[in-house]
Design a protein around this ligand. Structure first.
Ligand code: ARG
Length: 478
């Protein structure tokens, strides 16, 4: 049958009837499934997302079958043509996905048989849906990792570029969300570049481990046909075939590793998103987001809400939920394949989509935001943020033990606080009352700029360090 139009609706309704046994596996069945059986069993509603991977896998499988003389060259060529037509149908939106055919594998196979007849029926030789789905899913996760990797790179680039511009611009550094010591805005942004670099590493590790091909493991035990698993593995870009058929069809640790890496990355994005939310708030006013990344309130006309940042902050919920959910699905599953693993897809799809969106939104916000450098500079110098610099001076110049220097500085902070002034506003006499050795020299060490410039230890916030680190990243990422 070489009908180019999508299967018609009446045919589809007939397939869905409870009376007809399944065409693919219904040989021993007299009747079709109960409606509820079909509903719980069918995965086509979500696994249609795997159609590209499924066609890729089938093309590689068919080519190998022909190469090995298991099917004829003419069969293989018909399969190739048929799958190309199906691909075009799906792309054009004309393919009818049928729940009676359960999943993407049988939907495509059934359509292939409709289109090319006998040759289509040979495609499933030496293959099971168990190794087929394991292969498709690895391909999907691998593609997702590759897409996310490009996005992480994009976000890192946006951060590093801004970091270079703001390598010397002060902002308050916090611990416990209390003013601690001045840092530069560039230094703060580069902290997230480091986190994202490790996220990329985690995904890359997961990718390297998952890159083995399950195809040819068949249902669970392998196959008597003289297949060439190295050929299919190579054709699909895998490093090698998986070494144990039971493991290959049943484990989903590669999806769990993906979700684990995604959860950690989402956690990083959530931290950054939370900072953007704080920075946009009236008490902070560190940054403003433009109309492009904010929304208004339906009742309060003055509002500009950082919804995108809030949503990125929240996405960790569903991403980590996906990880925990799938881990629980896998727990206690005996070897080999069980239908439970059909529940692997939605969490991975959902997490991949959520992370894709989050990374895009974060890059957009990083490129969009306008820092309020005056405000950040002002707060960088407040809250006795250079108290540590004073203590360090006492240690370096007067050779006080650090604990004593800490104590003297604490008394000076108390004095300044009582008078509601900054440390540098105390007179030399007031300082000398606490520590006689203090000289006027101290004042030049109490500025934000001096504090920043002094932090030259490797990884510290001195503008020179930050500029060099930003440069290194920009070069490494280009
Ligand atoms: N839709 C199934 C899944 O996602 C494909 C494998 C079904 N295999 C089977 N023997 N029923 O897991």
């Amino acid at each position: 049958m070489n009908d180019k139009s999508p299967r018609d609706k009446s045919q589809r309704d007939k397939n869905q009837s409870e009376q007809t046994a399944n065409q693919a596996w219904g040989g021993r069945f007299a009747a079709g499934p109960a409606a509820i059986m079909q509903e719980i069993n069918a995965s086509i509603g979500f696994d249609r997302k795997l159609w590209r991977q499924d066609i890729r896998g089938s093309l590689a499988h068919a080519a190998m079958l022909a190469q090995q003389g298991i099917i004829g060259a003419d069969d293989e060529s018909a399969i190739r043509t048929g799958l190309a037509q199906i691909q075009a149908e799906i792309e054009a939106g004309g393919f009818v996905f049928d729940a009676a055919l359960e999943d993407i594998h049988m939907n495509i196979e059934a359509r292939l048989i409709e289109r090319i007849g006998e040759a289509g029926k040979r495609l499933h030789t030496a293959r099971s849906r168990n190794d087929q789905v394991a292969t498709d899913f690895r391909l999907y996760v691998r593609d997702a990792i590759d897409g996310l990797d490009g996005q992480m790179l994009g976000l890192m680039r946006a951060l590093a570029e801004r970091a270079e511009i703001h390598a010397a611009d002060p902002m308050p550094g916090f611990t416990h969300l209390q003013t601690a010591q001045p840092v530069t805005f560039g230094h703060h942004l580069l902290a997230y570049v480091e986190m994202l670099a490790r996220d990329r590493g985690r995904f890359a590790d997961a990718r390297a481990r998952l890159n083995q091909c399950p195809l040819g493991s068949a249902a669970l035990a392998g196959t008597p046909f003289p297949i060439d698993r190295n050929a299919t593995a190579a054709a699909l870009g895998f490093d090698r075939p998986t070494a144990n058929s039971l493991d290959a069809v049943s484990d989903r640790d590669f999806a769990l590793e993906f979700l684990s890496a995604a959860s950690i990355c989402a956690m990083h994005l959530s931290r950054f998103a939370e900072e953007i939310v704080l920075w946009c708030s009236a008490p902070y006013r560190f940054v403003t987001l433009s109309d492009r990344f904010t929304t208004g309130s339906s009742i309060m006309p003055q509002k500009r809400n950082p919804d995108a940042a809030e949503l990125v902050r929240a996405k960790i919920g569903r991403i980590l939920g996906s990880f925990v959910g799938l881990l629980m699905v896998m727990k206690g599953l005996p070897l080999a394949y069980a239908k439970d693993t059909q529940e692997d897809k939605e969490p991975v799809f959902d997490a991949a989509d959520a992370l894709t969106l989050s990374l895009a939104a974060m890059e957009g916000m990083v490129r969009d935001l306008t820092p309020n450098l005056v405000r950040m500079r002002e707060l960088a110098g407040s809250g006795f943020s250079t108290a540590t610099d004073l203590a360090d001076w006492l240690v370096r110049v007067l050779k006080l033990p650090f604990r004593s220097a800490h104590h003297v500085t604490g008394r000076l902070v108390a004095k300044a606080e009582a008078r509601s002034v900054g440390l540098a506003d105390l007179s030399l006499a007031e300082m000398q009352a606490e520590e006689a050795g203090i000289t006027a020299d101290i004042f030049s060490f109490l500025t934000v700029e001096a504090s920043l410039a002094s932090r030259t230890s490797f990884g510290g916030t001195a503008p020179g360090n930050v500029r060099a680190a930003a440069r290194n990243w920009i070069e490494a990422l280009s």
